[in-house]
Every structure is written in C-alpha cells, then in structure tokens.
Design a protein around this ligand. Structure first.
Ligand SMILES: [Zn+2]
Length: 328
C-alpha cells in the first residue's frame, strides 16, 4: 500500500481587499461570517450556498449543484469542512478565508462529519490557500476569535491519554508512543499557554502565534499519521455532549469544558489550562450540569462503542488518578 502524508495550506497574510481572484467562485459560507466580511472580499461568485450542517447527505447535495472554477470557504469549521469535501469530490482548488481562529480545520486534510452519534473524519483535502487578515480575525466575536486554542490545549489531555494507553499496552502498532513527538507537542502546548492572553485580546502578534501553534500541531499529526498527541478524552467528551444536546454549541464550548474535566480527572493541574481558556473567552459553563453528569457516566461505553483510541474516557468508571474539578 502506498502511504502518504498531507501538507498544510499555503498561507497568505494581508487585507482581504488585496485578494485578486480571476476564476469564477463557488462560495460556501456560514451566514454570520459572510455578513461580517461586509463586502471586503471582492470575488465573482457564480454559485453560493450556506452550509447548514456537518452531514455527508448535505455535503453531497452541495457538491451536486456546485458551479465554479474554485471553491471559497468563508466561515469556521462547518464551512471549511463542507468546502474540503466538495472541492475534493469535484477536484477543484480550495481557498479558505477564516473569519475567526476558531478551530484547526482550516489547516487539516479531513472533514469531520456527524455520523451515528459521533464524529468521523473523512479524508478530503486541505485548502490550497488560506487567506489570513488579522484585522478580520481581531474583530471576530470574542468567544470564537481564538477558540482554536482548544485544539492545541487538548495536547495536555490528549498526550496524557497517549502515555496512559502506552502504559496499558493499548496503543496500536501504527499509533505507538513516540517520546520525541510528545516532547515536540509539549513545546507547542507551551506556545499557546504563552500567547493565550494576547490572542484572546485580538492582538495581531498573539493571533499569529496561535495560528503558528495550530500549524505546528497539524503538521506534527500529519507527519506521524494520527492525532494521538492532540486528540483524546476531551474530544470524546465533546462528541458525546454534542450527541446528547444536538448541534448548536461551538467546538470550543464543548472541548474547553472537556479539557478541564479530563485534565482534573487525569490528576493534572487545571490552573494554567483554565487561565488560558478564560483569556481566550471560551465559555466553560454553557453545557447544562445534567448533560455533563450523563456524559461522564456514559463515556466509557460511548468510547468503546465508537472505537475511539484508548484513553481515560474508556475507564472513567474504574477510578481515576484525579478528581472532578470545578468548571467556573
Ligand atoms: Zn478539535
């Protein structure tokens, strides 16, 4: 079998008014994001659609009618995941224009799709180009502006799970624990702990450092072919909550609390993680307590049922190294 690993997109930094696009554009967008751009992006749109949910049926519908020579994605994870899917299916180039640093999906080659009560990642393609206008990112609503920090802070809990799985002989040959990769991941984690305050304020340097950390995190996972250093029980918690509540809460609102809860249960100091999340205005109390209780109770069965890579989530019911922390 031929193996491959994907690159991250080329990134252009500059005002959106400098985008010069001669091709006809098929635009996929999230409504709020598109409205926030208020005409800053001058492109000739031959077809457009609002992305409404992360299901393959919806994306197939979009791909079927699409017309244009290049796909543009304006918005967050929902828009870019759909755009990666349709661009890869129609073999079209893809330009992503993020309006907030809300997730790492702008940089990855996979599209997260909701399927049978969980999130599955389909191999699609990374955007060919990412247009980053720090003025636009800085003006995003505070709670999503730097929410992508969750996908780097999740190194704290994801890498813990990876080591835990190694101790228990639960890693697969393809995902075996690599100490040097873990060390690189810890360096990237330190990078976002250092820039959380500035990125949360919308300082351009802080946002640049957060983006650099996201790029490094994605490249690290691309190189080794899996995301064990970055994804673990905190994401499983998020997927399970989403399954109970239905779509509606942003990724950060789910992963942020998941991070704190799992780090506490793993016996880690949650202080620095909580400070970073608060500095980036990630809401930690948007999930109802009853949903948190149900989710924690169901998580071991949920993690096994969906075949998720082994972590603390799988054995939450067998006693934990730490205790449940407060979220406020
Ligand atoms: Zn994530």
């Amino acid at each position: 079998m031929i193996m491959h690993s994907w690159p991250v997109p080329k990134i252009e930094y500059g005002p959106l008014s400098l985008v010069e696009e001669e091709r006809s554009v098929a635009l996929l967008y999230s409504r709020q994001a598109w409205e926030a751009l208020a005409g800053k992006l001058r492109i000739s749109i031959s077809w457009q659609a609002e992305v409404l949910d992360a299901t393959e049926a919806h994306w197939l519908d979009l791909a079927r009618d699409l017309r244009g020579e290049v796909v543009y994605a304006v918005g967050g994870g929902l828009a870019v995941d759909a755009a990666k899917y349709v661009a890869s299916r129609q073999q079209l180039p893809l330009v992503s224009v993020p309006t907030a640093l809300s997730v790492d999906a702008f940089l990855t080659w996979a599209s997260g799709v909701r399927r049978a009560g969980c999130v599955t990642y389909l191999e699609t393609k990374p955007p060919d180009l990412l247009w980053v206008d720090f003025e636009v990112l800085a003006e995003a609503p505070a709670s999503i502006r730097a929410a992508g920090i969750c996908d780097v802070l999740s190194i704290a809990t994801g890498s813990w799970d990876w080591r835990f799985a190694e101790e228990r002989n639960e890693n697969l040959p393809s995902t075996r624990y690599l100490p040097y990769v873990d060390q690189v991941a810890q360096g990237i984690l330190q990078g976002v702990l250092d820039c959380a305050e500035a990125a949360g304020h919308g300082d351009h340097d802080g946002l640049k450092q957060l983006l650099d950390c996201l790029v490094l995190e994605v490249q690290l996972c691309n190189a080794i072919g899996h995301s064990r250093p970055e994804e673990g029980s905190e994401h499983y918690f998020a997927y399970s909550v989403e399954n109970i509540m239905g779509k509606g809460l942003p990724h950060g609102d789910l992963v942020g609390p998941g991070l704190i809860l799992m780090a506490g249960l793993q016996g880690q100091d949650v202080g620095p993680l909580k400070r970073a999340l608060k500095a980036c205005h990630i809401p930690l109390t948007n999930i109802p307590q009853t949903v948190i209780d149900t989710t924690l109770k169901q998580l071991p069965a949920y993690a096994r049922e969906h075949g998720l890579a082994f972590g603390l989530a799988h054995v939450l019911d067998q006693g934990t190294p730490g205790v449940l922390p407060r979220l406020d």
